[in-house]
Design a protein around this ligand. Structure first.
Ligand code: ADP
Length: 168
């Protein structure tokens, strides 16, 4: 049987992470147990207008995952499949919260698979307590001085406080 050489033990978790939340972190911790290496890959998307620069997001995630030895943090621009070819990785991890995520996720998973048929997307269901948590909601709460203590890691809470203080 012809088998395609691959390295199934590297998984890539791509996203905007603007900023990383406890929901993302839960997916990272659980995915890291299933693969030898997990790379959190921050998309440097010039179309979006992020609150945190890609460097700030890299620093924050690096801090938050410092106790997870097989988790690395990188950023990329352009197509995810090209980035993955460079890394010789073929597993994408995505988190699913509610049915509302499903259509969008299915669209990008099929597109990525079309672009490279060696790439598989693995979906992980969020824990119920994170199913309504998103980076946008966190930013909205922080912007109006609400507490995001239970929604994001402490380093992110601090960074949000600083960011909105400097915007005042
Ligand atoms: P993107 O702009 O690529 O959707 P996000 O940072 O919003 O980037 O999300 C990255 C991934 O993490 C996506 O697969 C998203 O569904 C997942 N995700 C976001 N929030 C949560 C959460 N609360 N629980 C589990 N997965 C989540």
């Amino acid at each position: 049987m012809h088998t395609v050489p691959c390295n199934p033990s590297i998984a890539i978790y791509p996203g905007s992470f603007d900023p990383i939340t406890n929901g993302h972190l839960d997916i990272i911790k659980r995915a890291a147990k299933q693969f030898d290496r997990l790379v959190v890959a921050i998309l440097n998307n010039h179309n979006k207008n992020p609150l945190f620069t890609v460097e700030e997001r890299t620093q924050l995630i690096t801090k938050v995952v410092e106790d997870l030895p097989n988790v690395e943090v990188e950023h990329f621009s352009g197509l995810l499949v090209h980035y993955m070819e460079n890394k010789e990785a073929n597993v994408i991890i995505r988190g699913l919260r509610a049915i509302s995520d499903f259509e969008y996720e299915m669209q990008i998973a099929s597109t990525n698979h079309k672009l490279s048929d060696e790439i598989e997307t693995f979906f992980m269901m969020t824990l119920p307590q994170y199913s309504f948590l998103s980076s946008s909601i966190v930013k909205e709460i922080a912007k109006y001085n609400g507490s995001v203590k239970d929604l994001v890691p402490p380093a992110v809470e601090q960074a949000l406080l600083q960011k909105y203080k400097s915007k005042d």
